[in-house]
Design a protein. Structure first.
Length: 209
């Protein structure tokens, strides 16, 4: 699929304008993908999207919206389950006929890397993840899903099966007009370093863990 030429459509009026500006093949340990770069008029970020198969007009497309996590995705931190969820999503989609992983520049639930590390320091002192964000003057979650919704629209996805443990992500996409047919929880193993983090996500944020 030549996505650069086919994903130039404007977004619906209630969503940011997005544009696919680059595309190439991407063989990975999880399967063969097309890697796309999107820009948006909502901000100056670049959004990476790994696409498998032809998504145009497809229903119940497996989709993962993954917020970047430098400490987990890149450095392999044991304090969260981000890398485990990303790899589980890539493995599931890599073995499917079609699907997409949209990688969102929303480090630390939207508070940025430096503030995330400050929150880590507060967690070392005994606060949980929600308490640490609040202590820094932030809400529990600052992430946005409108650009992801616009990218799904540009890719002409009709409906999605969302790979997530977070019901708020499902609700957020639905409010933006995305037809989320199913929620597919990602089951990953806890470890001694992230057990409290996962418990907090379950008890305070309603994650399906």
């Amino acid at each position: 699929m030549d996505t650069v030429s086919s994903a130039q459509a404007t977004s619906p009026a209630h969503l940011p304008m997005v544009r696919c500006v680059a595309e190439a093949g991407l063989p990975t340990r999880f399967g063969d993908f097309r890697i796309l770069a999107f820009t948006s008029d909502a901000d100056d970020h670049e959004y990476g999207v790994a696409v498998r198969g032809d998504l145009r007009g497809a229903d119940s497309v497996p989709v993962r919206l993954h917020s970047e996590c430098f400490t987990g995705d890149v450095m392999g931190s044991l304090k969260c389950d981000c890398r485990d969820q990303l790899e589980a999503s890539l493995a599931a989609i890599g073995s499917a006929e079609r699907g997409a992983v949209i990688y969102l520049p929303q480090e630390g639930r939207g508070i940025g890397l430096a503030n995330k590390i400050r929150a880590y320091a507060l967690q070392d002192e005994g606060l949980d993840t929600v308490e640490a964000n609040l202590a820094l003057g932030f809400p529990d979650d600052l992430r946005r899903w409108d650009v992801a919704a616009a990218i799904l629209h540009a890719l002409e996805v009709q409906s999605v099966a969302l790979l997530t443990n977070n019901p708020a992500k499902v609700a957020g996409l639905r409010r933006l007009g995305v037809d989320v047919r199913r929620q597919l929880p990602l089951r990953v193993l806890a470890n001694p370093h992230n057990a409290r983090y996962l418990q907090t996500k379950r008890l305070k944020s309603g994650h399906l863990l």
